[in-house]
Ligand binder design. Structure first.
Ligand SMILES: Nc1ncnc2c1ncn2[C@@H]1O[C@H](COP(=O)(O)OP(=O)(O)OP(=O)(O)O)[C@@H](O)[C@H]1O
Length: 241
């Protein structure tokens, strides 16, 4: 018998606890999901970025594990690269090479492509985004929005099944946000989008509301966001504690 999405979810967070010293960033968090568009909300410091890092295998939880498309993303790094990609809030936390083509080729080399193939695929990706002239450009000469697009292209080039977006639009101007949104909406891949802006996930299939490292709410945007927004507005005295 074929397993349905409930028995064989695309994404599984299984009893994950993450501590930083005394601080508990994620507390025995468990959920599964196979939806294509998942929003993650919660106040500052609630554990969203920690969840993003666990989901992409970049940090080891103290307990529990993350499994994406059957891959234990922490322990099986080679398969994890094909399963999950992450777009950080700040592109400068992601970019490590001086030129755009080197940056794009790097991920493809990591996936086992030879240098020539990686270069060709990177050039094809730039052409797809109508940015072929960026190939030899020094990344430092691009604007923040342009560097963001380089990071997104780099993630897409690796064709991961799941793309995690950690507040991808903060600090970007309206046209750049619109352009990135357009690219993202067209994608066939699963998106997990961490945001403080309800508008960005209004059409999503599911929203997870994280508070103090635990799941405070779980539902559709229509069922969950009114309560979330009311809680945020009622709670401004507690901000930054
Ligand atoms: N490397 C770290 N060292 C120490 N504490 C950390 C570290 N990373 C996260 N924390 C703490 O873990 C908690 C959760 O942080 P996290 O960055 O996951 O929150 P967040 O929901 O993404 O916040 P924001 O909305 O402000 O980006 C916070 O209390 C934070 O101070």
């Amino acid at each position: 018998m074929a397993l349905g999405p409930m028995e064989n979810p695309l994404i599984k967070i299984d009893r994950v606890t993450c501590r930083f010293g005394e601080r508990i960033a994620l507390n025995n968090l468990t959920f599964t999901t196979s939806e294509k568009r998942i929003g993650v909300v919660g106040r500052n410091g609630s554990g969203k970025s920690t969840l993003a890092r666990v989901l992409s295998g970049l940090i080891a939880p103290n307990e529990g594990k993350a499994v994406i498309a059957g891959v234990d993303v922490l322990n099986d790094r080679k398969d994890a690269i094909a399963s999950v990609g992450i777009l950080f809030q700040n592109p400068d936390h992601q970019i490590i090479f001086p030129t755009v083509i080197e940056e794009l080729s790097f991920g493809l080399r990591q996936m086992g492509r030879d240098a020539k193939t990686a270069n060709r695929l990177a050039e094809e990706m730039l052409a797809r985004f109508d940015r072929s002239e960026w190939a030899p450009r020094s990344v430092s000469t691009l604007s923040q929005g342009q560097r963001h697009l380089v990071c997104l292209i780099a993630v897409l080039a690796m064709e991961p099944k799941v793309i995690i977006l950690d507040e991808p639009f903060s600090g970007l101007d309206i046209p750049t946000v619109r352009a990135l949104e357009k690219y993202l909406n067209q994608l066939d891949q699963t998106l997990i989008h961490i945001t403080h802006e309800p508008r960005h996930i209004a059409d999503y299939d599911r929203v997870l509301w994280i508070e103090r490292g635990e799941l405070r709410g779980d539902g559709t945007p229509a069922s969950l966001m009114p309560e979330y927004i009311a809680a945020m507005e009622a709670d401004d005295a507690d901000a930054l504690r």
